[in-house]
Unconditional design. Structure first.
Length: 413
């Protein structure tokens, strides 16, 4: 018996319905804000991620599924969505179609991580990217779209955390100060942080080890290093959120896992225990230099990604609206299919029937066992009389000798 690879999972029917609900809600919310869907390849040239995600990041260092294809090309299963979207933006010259370009995506991502609740090796993200504008108002639009999606899914217990990494100038000064602080406590922190403080000290603040996190509480704070521009932009974001009545907390240690951010970064966390240690549902920020770094014209951009598995865990299957299911009991499967087709088309109903021409009693048992709401009796006697029988299984009401019009009315009740 061969099992699914470690860190992957099958999404079975109830979960699948929940995923569909999330995706449909995203489609609607994002379309309302003028975002169009883009689908990019699941694998890309490895160099794309080396350059976009950054050679100093955990993703590139430890988590990528990289392989050589039969022509010895190095390819990588995408660990995140932004790099591919930006590559597609440059390659397809999308900037000529009118900026900002507002895109969203969904699909599987792959990271070689230690599997646990809310953390898998194949997981799924829904994300947004707005490319071509440096205005903080588009950061607000992006954050608002994320909040709107979570609100539409009726999620509560969520908190928005924001921070600003400032512009390049502010950040360089901060990183110098931070690095000095880190070097002084080098012996006390984890091995990953020893490496991070050399190559990308900001990422130490993102460490998941509690002992390290406690030490970093004493680290210099980024706001002390903002220049005027950095300060102003962050103020616009904060007052914009207040205007939208979106509550937020500033978390000065929020730097995000990827290397390419500047100015505003944000995360939405949930305090429910179903996620275990994985409380972050959505994360994003502004990445003004990435497009140039990948060979495009300078184009500032902002985006976020959220984890579908974590969202599904939070929502739970009990939020799914019950779908009304109808079963046709008949002694002729082909007649039953014909009636099912008609009802599906005309009433937009979920209709099933028996494919085996089983005995009447067996069909009724099946309908009861599989939780159908109503059964239509469509046996030889009914067909000859041109009528239908109907039983509502939940309330035990039974109707006989219905004409088609009356049947339809009752089916929809
Ligand atoms: P974390 O800090 O939890 O590792 P991250 O900073 O690596 O998250 P991002 O790269 O920002 O995550 O991805 C955005 C979202 O995608 C996360 O907030 C989370 O909901 C989801 N996500 C990331 N990695 C995984 C994973 N291995 N399994 C499931 N969901 C994930
Ligand atoms: Mg991670």
């Amino acid at each position: 018996m061969i099992n699914a690879p470690r860190g992957t999972q099958d999404i079975l029917s109830a979960q699948s319905k929940l995923w569909s609900l999330i995706e449909k809600t995203a489609e609607k919310v994002f379309a309302q804000a003028g975002f169009n869907e883009i689908r990019t390849p699941i694998f890309e040239d490895t160099n794309l991620f080396l350059r976009a995600v950054g050679e100093a990041s955990d993703i590139v260092n430890k988590e990528m599924y990289t392989f050589l294809d039969k022509s010895e090309r190095s390819l990588t299963l995408r660990p995140e969505g932004t790099a591919g979207v930006v590559r597609a933006f440059i390659e397809n010259h999308l900037e000529h179609t009118g900026k900002p370009i507002k895109l969203w995506y969904r699909g599987p991502m792959f990271r070689y991580e230690r599997p646990q609740t809310g953390r898998y090796r194949q997981f799924h993200q829904i994300g947004l990217e707005a490319i071509g504008s440096a205005s903080p108002h588009i950061d607000l639009e992006v954050i608002n779209s994320g909040m709107q999606l979570l609100d539409s899914l009726k999620l509560t217990n969520l908190t928005l955390y924001i921070n600003s990494l400032g512009n390049k100038n502010s950040r360089t000064n901060y990183i110098n100060a931070l690095q000095q602080f880190l070097f002084a406590i080098k012996d006390k922190v984890c091995d990953d942080c020893k490496r991070r403080m050399e190559v990308n000290p900001l990422r130490c603040l993102d460490c998941k080890v509690e002992h390290d996190q406690n030490l970093y509480k004493q680290a210099p704070k980024i706001h002390e290093f903002y220049d005027e521009e950095s300060k102003n932009i962050f103020e616009i974001i904060k007052s914009g959120l207040e205007k939208l009545s979106i509550k937020y907390h500033v978390d000065e240690n929020l730097v995000r896992g990827l290397d390419y951010y500047d100015h505003c970064v944000f995360e939405i966390k949930c305090d429910s225990d179903v996620l275990g240690a994985q409380s972050t549902v959505l994360g994003g920020g502004r990445y003004d230099k990435l497009i140039e770094d990948l060979g495009g014209n300078p184009n500032p951009a902002v985006g976020f990604a959220l984890g579908l598995e974590r969202l599904a865990l939070l929502i739970g299957e009990n939020q799914l609206a019950e779908e009304k299911k109808t079963f046709i009991i008949s002694d002729d499967s082909s007649e039953a299919l014909l009636l099912a087709k008609k009802l599906r088309n005309e009433l937009d109903l979920n209709v099933e029937f028996d494919y085996e021409n089983s005995k009447f009693k067996k069909q009724l048992e099946k309908a009861l066992k599989r939780n159908f709401d109503q059964v239509i009796f469509f046996l030889e006697s009914e067909r000859q009389a041109g009528t239908f029988g109907l039983k509502k299984l939940k309330s035990n009401q039974e109707f006989k000798e219905l004409d088609f019009k009356r049947l339809c009315e009752l089916l929809l009740e």
